[in-house]
Design a protein around this ligand. Structure first.
Ligand code: GCU
Length: 681
């Protein structure tokens, strides 16, 4: 039975006989002239892929090319490729590749070439994707390079194998069996990432445990690093700032203390002795109770630079998180900006500041984080959350590419119109050469890796966008559905349509019109807008929605906390003005009377009711769509999603009813008749 284990790398035989014949005619065999650990993986993958898709009998050739050969390699490793003048080969970077339909020594051939074996492997996966999605391959002239250098997954995995905000079982890393036993699943993890171009993995939780830096754990990390290396995946770790005290016996972790610096230096040397291409550290400091340089009155820059200096001789990097907030700020939205912008220019060259897409915390919708564009002399990297902490976790169907795109395409106006967040992080705005993007992983030990089949699409979409942020959410969904399920347009089109609106539906039934942070305490799952009276105001939910008898929403204009002042003037002016603020952010920036008229002509209250209901309706429509597709895919995966959609409908109703009942106690207004009433009123 299909259990989803193969992800988008299923390589099922093509059922369309005409297409099958065309591909068989086009590819008579595969020719890879040299060997290396990475090329061996490319050879194995192309053979597995083509034999699966084309139903076997795709020979590995040697010697002279024949009509229809697929020739794969680098000019350094292949004489045949060196002889060709392949367009684009001189323009691509180390991870890039070209794929050309051409002729080699007089025979028609397809060539996948790159300047490195790693680029070759990426080209192989891309070529397979073309066939998996049934694209023509007879006239190819593709030249591709990733736009961002470090395309990283952040695993919030603890050493006891629990996963913070993980909804797909336990951690993939079997610390107690490493380094001696290597679960074959590690290989499939590496294949899945390499197929997308993901080239880094932070193995451990940002809420870090210093134990992983002890020699016996470093041996385990080394085993994983050795295994991932030929797939182009570097390993990184999280560094607990107080490690010198916890495992080093020092009395302080002050970043300016010479003993502390020496301790980190020798710790880092110890790591690189085992793992020469170790990527570096990801650090969460002075945030949510984590230790950091602030404990010694040192700045984030002083903390980051101390670690950066330790890894610099080995070409390592530091990814220093900007996710900080504390009860002292008048508005959590503003805090990261206030703490970090004054440090612009102070970070050493091998430091990246890792910024969440929005200013609060991975909500179903947030405006872009005002840090993007505001630190021109610092390398800023993006942090997305693939795991759906605030969007229905393991079960709800929410395709996140539209969320990722919304953030990447947002215009910061930092250097005039067109200064998108994507251009900030890919370095094109500032000429940064160190560029990176991170996604908080949604993987675990569940057979299907991600808890639900549709959650796989979010891992996929993150990887594809990390490679090329110009891809559209729809194009990515199209690829994913075809590779994961079937190329049958009667399935592809409705499923794509369903995915495309699914995140907006979650926004509608959880936090419409710019509402945010209304989820249950700690677990962040169900509705709890009523949470008040916690030890910290910024841990309550009433802090965020500010509902009163006269209205709802957080006034972040110049009359309020002036968070809008953190954006560049054109953006600031837009968010300052209640009539110009896009309605999707209305209550994020404004406290609005219940009878305020919105663009639909409805009052704010009626619009809230409308949107909460629209969210529920969307889920019902998804259930209908899915039901109409029964029999078009395997039974097991059909049933899994069917059941999850049923859960989602129940919970969308729960969200709607709880939220409207609660807000009604302030608005004092009726639910208009055309809508369902909350079940218990
Ligand atoms: C969220 C999440 C925490 C996590 C934190 C972070 O607040 O709920 O579990 O540790 O983000 O990103 O550091």
């Amino acid at each position: 039975a299909e259990d989803g284990y193969d992800l988008w790398l299923r390589y099922q035989p093509i059922t369309d006989t005409e297409a099958l014949e065309t591909y068989r005619d086009a590819i008579s065999g595969v020719l890879i002239e040299s060997e290396s650990p990475t090329l061996d993986i490319a050879r194995e993958e192309i053979s597995r892929g083509l034999n699966g898709l084309l139903g076997g009998n795709v020979p590995m050739l040697s010697g002279a090319p024949e009509d229809g050969a697929l020739i794969i390699g680098t000019p350094q490793g292949s004489e045949m490729i060196a002889e060709l003048d392949l367009e684009g080969l001189d323009q691509i970077n180390d991870d890039g590749f070209v794929i050309h339909s051409t002729s080699v020594r007089g025979e028609p051939a397809t060539v996948i070439a790159a300047n490195t074996d790693q680029g070759v492997l990426y080209g192989v996966y891309h070529f397979l994707r073309l066939i998996q999605t049934q694209q023509p391959i007879d006239d190819l002239a593709l030249v591709q390079s990733p736009r961002i250098e470090r395309r990283v997954l952040n695993h919030w995995d603890n050493l006891d194998r629990t996963v913070e905000r993980g909804y797909a079982g336990f951690s993939l890393w079997e610390w107690h069996k490493l380094p001696d036993y290597l679960n074959p699943r590690y290989i499939d993890y590496a294949r899945a990432n390499a197929s997308l171009g993901i080239n880094g993995t932070v193995l451990t939780n940002v809420n870090a445990d210093a134990t992983v830096l002890m020699p016996r754990y470093l041996d385990k990390v080394k085993a994983l690093a050795d295994l991932f290396r030929p797939y182009g995946i570097r390993v990184y770790l999280t560094a607990r700032f107080s490690a010198p005290m916890e495992i080093g016996g020092l009395e302080t972790a002050d970043p300016l203390d010479p003993d502390v610096r020496a301790w980190w230096q020798s710790k880092v040397d110890e790591i690189y002795e085992r793992i020469p291409d170790f990527g570096g550290f990801l650090v969460k400091a002075n945030s949510e109770g984590q230790p950091g340089p602030g404990d010694y009155d040192r700045s984030h820059a002083e903390g980051a630079n101390m670690l950066a200096d330790a890894v610099a001789p080995h070409d390592g990097i530091i990814m220093w998180r900007a996710f900080v907030y504390s009860p002292v700020a008048d508005d959590r939205h503003k805090q990261a900006y206030d703490e970090f912008v004054p440090l612009d220019g102070d970070f050493h060259d091998n430091v990246l500041v890792q910024v969440k897409n929005g200013p609060i915390d991975f909500q179903p919708r947030e405006p872009f984080n005002p840090l993007f564009g505001a630190m021109p002399s610092t390398s800023l990297m993006m942090e997305f959350q693939i795991t759906k902490e605030y969007l229905g976790q393991g079960t709800h169907l929410a395709y996140l590419a539209p969320l990722f795109k919304e953030a990447l395409d947002a215009d910061t106006y930092a250097q005039g119109e067109g200064s998108t967040v994507a251009k900030v992080i890919d370095g094109s705005l500032s000429g940064d050469t160190l560029t990176a993007i991170a996604g908080v992983a949604n993987t675990g030990t569940d057979r299907n890796w991600t808890g639900s089949h549709f959650n796989q699409a979010n891992w996929y979409a993150y990887g594809r966008l990390a490679w090329n942020h110009d891809l559209s959410a729809e194009a990515i969904a199209d690829e994913w559905v075809r590779m994961t399920y079937t190329n049958d347009p009667d399935f592809v089109e409705p499923v794509k349509a369903m995915m495309m609106g699914s995140r907006e539906a979650v926004v509608d039934y959880m936090t419409p019109l710019g509402l945010h942070h209304l989820m249950g305490e700690s677990h962040h799952y169900g509705p709890a807008p009523w949470i008040a009276d916690r030890e910290r105001e910024d841990w309550t939910n009433v802090y965020y929605h500010r509902a009163t008898r006269d209205g709802v929403g957080f006034d972040r204009t110049s009359e309020g906390t002036n968070a809008v002042g953190q954006y560049a003037p054109p953006v600031q002016e837009m968010f300052e003005d209640v009539d110009r603020t896009p309605e999707k952010y209305l209550l994020w920036f404004h406290h609005v009377p219940w009878d305020h008229e919105v663009s639909s002509g409805r009052t704010l209250w009626d619009e809230l009711v409308y949107r909460y209901n629209r969210g529920v309706e969307y889920v019902r429509d998804m259930r209908d769509t899915w039901a109409s597709l029964e029999g078009m895919i395997d039974e097991q995966r059909y049933r899994d999603t069917e059941a999850y959609l049923e859960i989602q409908e129940k919970e969308a109703i729960w969200w709607r009813d709880a939220s409207l009942s609660y807000f009604q106690t302030f608005s004092g207004q009726e639910i208009p008749e055309e809508y369902e009433l909350p079940a218990h009123t």
